[in-house]
Design a binder for this molecule. Structure first.
Ligand code: MN
Length: 193
């Protein structure tokens, strides 16, 4: 199967000033594209060739895992964001966040803290487990909570390439601003599915 890079559902300058067009040009146009191109090269002739991307992530190792997971993680990240995002989740997810974290603000604080404290490159995730319980995890490099049996709901990319053009070394400032772009309709539907 040849994996293709989906077009973004917004223009490259639509997320500014939280994420600049220059960051999208590099992050989506070069970094994400490279992971998908590498995945398509590495998978040829392997037992993973005809698998769904999620199954490649669950079973592959090494460079193939890294590129498959980075391809998936970036699509998941970019499709969590919208120029019309922000606000708070409601419905079942809003309730679950209040029940488990005390309030939406306390959840945001815990999520930002996990992202800020992740050492080196990686991703901070909100997932649900088999019982519907919410879990915040840190994953280094290309890590994805699917490999631990969790269902991802939301992720913030904390690789430097995600924020260095706009925020330089201030990862915490990037994490704080990113909430203004989160499309909670999409995140709620992931939680409910
Ligand atoms: Mn990235």
């Amino acid at each position: 199967m040849k994996y293709t890079q989906p077009n973004l559902p917004y223009s490259n300058d639509a997320l500014a000033p939280v994420i600049s067009a220059e960051t999208i040009d590099y992050h989506y146009g070069k970094h994400e594209k490279a992971y998908i191109d590498n995945l398509n090269k590495l998978i040829v002739g392997t037992e993973f060739e005809d698998m769904e991307l999620e199954d490649v992530i669950r079973h592959a190792k090494g460079a193939l895992f890294n590129n498959a997971s980075q391809a998936w993680n970036h699509i998941f990240y970019f499709f969590s964001l919208s120029p019309d995002g922000g606000g708070q989740p409601d419905g079942a997810l809003g309730e679950a966040i209040k029940t488990q974290f005390g309030s939406f603000d306390k959840f945001k604080e815990a999520f930002e803290d996990a992202g800020a404290k992740l050492f080196g490159s990686g991703w901070v995730w909100l997932s649900k487990d088999d019982d519907g319980k919410l879990v915040i995890t840190q994953e280094s490099n290309a890590g994805n909570p699917m490999t631990s049996g969790l269902t991802p709901i939301l992720t913030f990319d904390v690789w430097e390439h995600a924020y260095y053009i706009d925020y330089r070394n201030m990862r915490a400032a990037y994490l704080k601003r990113l909430w203004d772009l989160v499309d909670w309709d999409i995140i709620e539907s992931r939680y409910e599915s």
